[in-house]
Design a protein around this ligand. Structure first.
Ligand code: GLN
Ligand code: ZN
Length: 783
């Protein structure tokens, strides 16, 4: 019998029940007992779904009230001292203080889980710290599953991945309340490290953390657990050699204790480079992601050890498309012939990254729906594959035929293929999207046209999304506010935003983006080739979920998307109104993307659609256009060897969207993250006339990289942190600007906030921008 299993199931619930329960708990409407009971109900429901799909064992511990890495930190007792944890069990107060901050302490840092849009809480390590078992959560949940008559397979983040994803901290520096970045300790792993970081090697903590893992395993063995799943996705990254070697130590140690069988799970990329080591590891099984890296099977199958199970992930846990079951079968059949019952079949990774259940989508048209599979449907697919292996393909002939029909319908559908788009791509040929003239020529033309003062002031695009704006949008969607009235309400908002910027004296105003629900969804809704679900939520972090658009077909732009709003805004002022678009890479990155063509091709299609919009904005008289690419960096592949290829097409896609701008049209881009150093050449290759970036939280130190690299175009380093309600003073901003002037030629500098202002209140925005304009005045007087 080929076993079927799953690496994890979404936690959020069909109707986002977890979000509701958490938010009620945080606002004290329900107590801890009620929250825990909601959570237990969700777990039970999710286990039952998986049981019904025919899974032999259900994952336990994949559920989390916030994040599974945070759960792991609590289980291992890795609680930063500032949360003043004492006792033997981490309580919910401490747990949520770490996740979200408390009245006295900020939250722990959060970052993206590999190349997903899920964020985890980054473990903090300090030299000499101790670990101890500080949460019974996994045991409690195993008992819960057993009580329901289910076979539990606990899931833990493995020790190598856990340590790799954490950060070293210097406690003493933290205690001195140093908030400034300092040079001497910024060399950890070759990138800038914020305050309080120390350079000891966190791998030295392995011998301390292993006994706790061993204890957990022993206790799980006492609970009669047969299998546990150790997630080690870090193995797909380019880990330093001594980290890879530590794998042997770690799993040898763990195998010595009285422990359940360990399935070591890898996903998101290939681990082919470590095939030999992994096959020799004292674990009872390995899981491979064959969706992302099917070819790695060739490295594992030959002489696969007789004492090990091999679990193959052939159903995509990262996307929403129905599986080509024939192809999946063809992939697993040789392994099945060789391994028999030692072959397991599963989704490629945890289903955390796909929506819960397609059957809820009652508003999607039947054809499109027949192409999709969400978590529940993916488990059904896994079950069909399991049956095909066990009882022969005839036993599931109907299911296979239906999958085949869906795949064929999707591939042949005229809704997917737009010959005009294909022709445009073809005509593009190898055109690399360069503008007519190099930057110095364009800069001169733009200076002559706009006659902006030195250190021009601008903003990143959005202004406060007030409750009134959101209410109008909701009413409009419900049909309670007519299209005309909605438009009037948004125009009134734009007028207010423009008037305010005139009053403040902002040199390059924006319209404020009131009409946008979200910077990707707004465009997706107007582009052909996109679809939207009603319930396709996936967890981004904690109780924050996102509902990514679905790119199912060739992308084109049937009609202008922003021109009316931008020209209206321009009609209200003599200053150059900055048009505002989202870039091709960001739209791609924040959507579910079609899997029947390379990402590059989809990105180029979006780029051409954005280019149409750029052209129309220019024809309507808009002279400055910003194309936001905040997701440019997160599109980077997990393996460095793949970076160049990605950066090549990503920068090209951006250039293609901007290419139609004549010399005197100024193209801006915006990015907001703190790691630029390693991709600066590719950022320069985008060749935007102006780039605005987040820098205030790092005290402008990020600019050093731009200066060292000799970044050739204009640049607007953010002078204040929009993530905080704090209004920075004039002197503070002048101080930051002086730092900027010391590294970047003054004539290339712009003055702007770190990012868009939509999450802020007017009461914070007005004084902050007033101070920013005053700071600009003072800096101009000095230089
Ligand atoms: N123009 C967008 C805004 O101002 C940019 C948002 C972003 O960088 N994420 O909101
Ligand atoms: Zn931003």
């Amino acid at each position: 019998m080929a076993s079927i299993h799953s690496l994890g199931f979404p936690r959020i619930g069909h109707k986002r029940e977890l979000k509701k329960a958490l938010e009620s708990f945080w606002s004290r409407e329900i107590d801890e007992k009620a929250l825990q009971s909601h959570a237990a109900q969700l777990r039970e429901r999710h286990w039952r779904i998986q049981q019904t799909c025919g899974l032999d064992q259900v994952p336990v511990g994949d559920f989390s009230l916030y994040d599974h890495m945070l759960d792991m930190s609590c289980t291992l007792g890795a609680i930063p001292p500032r949360y003043e944890f004492s006792g033997d069990q981490v309580g919910l107060d401490t747990f949520f203080a770490m996740a979200r901050g408390s009245s006295t302490q900020p939250a722990m840092e959060m970052t993206k889980w590999f190349d997903t849009n899920y964020h985890f809480i980054v473990p903090e390590f300090h030299a000499g710290m101790d670990f101890h078992l500080a949460s019974d959560r996994i045991f409690t949940q195993v008992k819960e599953a057993h009580a329901l008559g289910l076979k539990a397979k606990p899931v833990l983040v493995g020790p190598i991945t856990y340590l790799w994803l954490g950060k070293e901290k210097d406690l003493q520096a933290e205690a001195r309340h140093e908030t400034q970045h300092h040079h001497d300790d910024s060399a950890c792993h070759g990138h800038a490290a914020p305050a309080g970081n120390a350079c000891f090697d966190r791998l030295t903590l392995l011998p301390k953390v292993l006994p706790v893992y061993a204890e957990i395993l022993a206790r799980l063995a006492e609970l009669d657990v047969e299998w546990i799943q150790m997630d080690e996705p870090a193995l797909v990254l380019d880990l330093p050699q001594h980290w890879i070697q530590a794998l042997d130590t770690a799993y040898r140690t763990l195998s010595q204790s009285k422990a359940p069988k360990v399935l070591l799970a890898t996903y998101f990329e290939s681990v082919a480079d470590h095939a030999k080591r992994l096959k020799a590891l004292p674990v009872a099984g390995l899981h491979l992601d064959l969706r992302r890296a099917p070819q790695q099977l060739d490295e594992f199958l030959p002489e696969y050890p007789a004492d090990k199970v091999l679990s193959l992930g052939v159903v995509d846990g990262r996307n929403v498309w129905r599986t080509d079951l024939d192809a999946a079968l063809a992939l697993v059949q040789p392994a099945h012939r060789q391994l028999g019952h030692r072959l397991w079949v599963a989704p490629s990774c945890s289903l955390l990254h796909t929506p819960v259940d397609l059957s809820q989508e009652t508003e999607l048209d039947a054809e499109l729906k027949s192409w999709l599979a969400f978590s529940v449907q993916k488990l059904d697919e896994v079950a069909i594959l399991g049956r095909a292996l066990d009882r022969g393909v005839e036993s599931v002939a109907t299911e296979l035929a239906s999958a085949r029909a869906a795949v064929a319908s999707r591939h042949g559908s005229p809704r997917i293929h737009n010959p005009a788009v294909a022709q445009r791509l073809k005509d593009l040929g190898q055109d690399d999207g360069r503008r007519n003239n190099p930057f110095p020529v364009r800069e001169a033309a733009q200076r002559a046209r706009f006659k902006l003062p030195a250190f021009p002031t601008t903003s990143i695009g959005s202004f406060p999304q007030t409750p009134e704006i959101r209410k109008a949008r909701l009413q409009n969607r419900k049909g309670e506010l007519s299209g005309t009235d909605y438009q009037k309400a948004m125009e009134a908002e734009i007028a207010l935003v423009v008037r305010e910027q005139e009053r403040l004296g902002i040199d390059v105003p924006v319209h404020g983006e009131p009409e946008r629900n979200d910077m990707v969804e707004y465009f997706g809704e107007q582009l052909a080739g996109f679809a939207f679900t009603r319930h396709g939520w996936v967890q981004s972090y904690g109780s924050r979920y996102v509902k990514p658009p679905l790119i199912f077909g060739d992308v084109s732009r049937p009609a202008p998307m922003t021109v009316a709003w931008s020209t209206y805004a321009q009609s209200l002022t003599k200053r150059p109104m900055k048009g505002m678009l989202t870039g091709p890479v960001t739209i791609l990155q924040w959507s579910f993307v079609r899997d029947d063509q390379p990402r590059e091709r989809t990105a180029l299609q979006i780029a051409l659609a954005i280019r149409d919009e750029v052209k129309d904005l220019i024809d309507a008289g808009i002279g400055i256009i910003q194309i936001d690419e905040p997701a440019y960096r997160e599109g980077l592949p997990l393996k460095r060897k793949d970076w160049d290829l990605y950066l090549h097409w990503a920068s090209r896609a951006f250039r293609i969207s901007a290419q139609v701008a004549p010399d005197d049209v100024q193209i801006h881009t915006h990015m907001c993250y703190s790691e630029f150093n390693d991709i600066l050449p590719a950022i320069a290759a985008m060749d935007a006339d102006v780039i605005t970036i987040e820098t205030s939280r790092s005290q402008m130190e990020l600019l050093d990289a731009f200066a060292t690299f000799n970044y050739p175009n204009e640049i607007g380093p953010g002078v204040y942190d929009i993530h905080s309600p704090r209004v920075p003073g004039v002197e503070e901003m002048v101080g930051l600007l002086e730092k900027a002037v010391s590294v970047v030629p003054a004539e290339r500098l712009w003055i702007n906030p770190d990012c868009g202002l939509k999450t802020r209140k007017w009461a914070e925005v007005t004084p902050a921008l007033e101070n920013m304009v005053e700071a600009a005045r003072q800096v101009r007087a000095r230089h």
